[in-house]
Design a protein around this ligand. Structure first.
Ligand code: SUG
Length: 427
């Protein structure tokens, strides 16, 4: 069944009240270097909300997911049983993690136009590589099943088997002449053996492509370059991003760049590939600034001259001299990307999550989505009020995991949000 009016809806994770810097992600240099810093959950969540408002102001559809329950008592019971034995300090911190904010890791999404049954397919990511992230999928799945309950238009799948690590849309790119047209789906996996974990297993990507019943002539399996993983690109979306027929990639993003480009061009002759040379922006600078963790957004065509695209990047990238130099060249080329929009998501960035990590792209008719997960200005105001009044202003690492008072505040903040959004099912 064809959706009536499919558009890209970005579902951002509302940054949770337990947002903190516990240094839990090996291979994520920002998480490691900010371990033990004080965090500012209220500022973090307001930064995320401001990004959502900015994208809505450009005329784009915006959705959100709510933070998952923390502390995660289900996960704690699984690892600690009746609670008699000692629990490792990192696991004690993990059960408070706000990492579900990075919804690019929630699921892999194939729009209806790519899937044999004409429905949009979503497979929740198992995130097995990191314990604090592995705990996410059961609650994420509950939320996906609620938001996309319309089975005439959506199929929501369980995770792929846990022997194959799957990190969701962060390792998946889609290129298509328009959101509604059939696309080429690119799955990027890593090979184990380097100093840092390769989080995406090729068999996980293959399983997702099979379940979504994609057309194999339009599927590309691509190996991420080991040097990118070694340099701190724990997900492909740290070194490459796509939208429409545009691919932006760092020169060192893929193991076999020339072959990848040739195969992609054969599948999609009008693809426009922009490669950022290491001589202009080093891999280290790309990873530090998260240039590629931008959102490339197709803007509505209000003037009839074509809407063009905007590139939403973190301020860290905008403030980098080499990155700015490359962006100036990009804009001067008069290509599809016509404007660059810097956004301040510094609280998330300090844990390795840029603008693109904070969103899951779903191409669908908004009328087929549970409206409780769709944002408008009024709802954004209501969410902002809850964040301002309930989210802790600061979490001091010396008091983490939280004492009883902070724990109660974190639990109460989420409850207040669910109340306002009428999402009591997720309590
Ligand atoms: O999985 N950081 C996340 C960042 C995820 C970014 N997502 C994408 N690139 N799509 C991660 O490494 C840090 C949490 C901590 O250290 O407490 C963390 O989980």
């Amino acid at each position: 069944m064809e959706p009536v009016n499919p558009v890209e809806i970005n579902f951002d994770g509302i940054i949770g009240p337990s947002h903190n810097y516990a240094g839990l992600s090996l291979g994520n240099l920002a998480s490691a270097s900010h371990a033990g810093d004080p965090s500012y959950p209220r500022a973090a969540a307001l930064q995320g909300l401001a990004k959502m408002r900015g994208n809505m102001a450009m005329g784009l559809a915006q959705g959100f997911f709510v933070p998952l329950p923390r502390p995660n008592l289900r996960f704690l019971a699984e690892i600690a049983g009746d609670g008699a034995g000692p629990v490792d300090d990192r696991l004690a911190r993990a059960i408070w993690s706000a990492s579900s904010m990075w919804t690019a890791n929630a699921a892999t999404v194939s729009p209806a136009a790519d899937c044999a049954d004409g429905r949009c397919h979503l497979t929740v990511a198992n995130l097995v590589t990191m314990p604090h992230r592995y705990q996410e999928w059961p609650d994420t799945l509950r939320q996906l099943r609620l938001a996309f309950a319309d089975t005439a238009h959506f199929a929501v799948h369980d995770p792929v088997p846990a022997c194959f690590g799957d990190e969701g849309a962060a390792n998946h790119m889609r290129l298509a002449s328009s959101h509604a047209a059939p696309g080429v789906e690119v799955f990027v996996y890593g090979k184990a053996g380097g100093a840092f974990p390769a989080r995406q297993h090729d068999q996980a990507s293959m399983a997702v492509a099979r379940r979504h019943a994609l057309d194999w002539n339009r599927v590309l399996m691509v190996e991420q370059s080991p040097e990118a993983i070694a340099a701190g690109a724990f997900h492909n979306d740290v070194v490459a991003v796509s939208n429409g027929n545009v691919l932006l990639a760092h020169e060192q993003a893929f193991a076999n760049r020339e072959e990848v480009y040739a195969r992609l061009t054969a599948m999609m002759p009008d693809v426009q590939i922009y490669t950022v040379p290491a001589s202009e922006v080093s891999l280290a600078e790309a990873i530090r600034t998260y240039l590629f963790n931008g959102q490339i957004l197709s803007l509505p065509d209000v003037s009839g001259g074509g809407g063009g695209m905007a590139l939403v990047i973190p301020t860290e990238a905008w403030e980098s001299k080499p990155v700015r130099g490359w962006l100036d060249t990009l804009l001067a080329s008069n290509g599809p990307i016509r404007t660059v929009v810097p956004v301040d998501v510094r609280q998330s960035m300090a844990n390795g999550g840029g603008p693109a990590c904070l969103r899951l792209r779903v191409v669908a008719d908004p009328a087929t989505v549970d409206p409780r997960f769709l944002l408008d200005e009024r709802k954004a105001d209501a969410i902002e009020r809850v964040i301002s009044s309930h989210w802790p202003e600061q979490i001091d690492p010396a008091h983490f995991p939280p004492d009883a008072a902070l724990a109660a505040a974190i639990v109460g903040a989420r409850t207040a949000l669910l109340d306002v959004l009428e999402l009591g099912e997720l309590a």
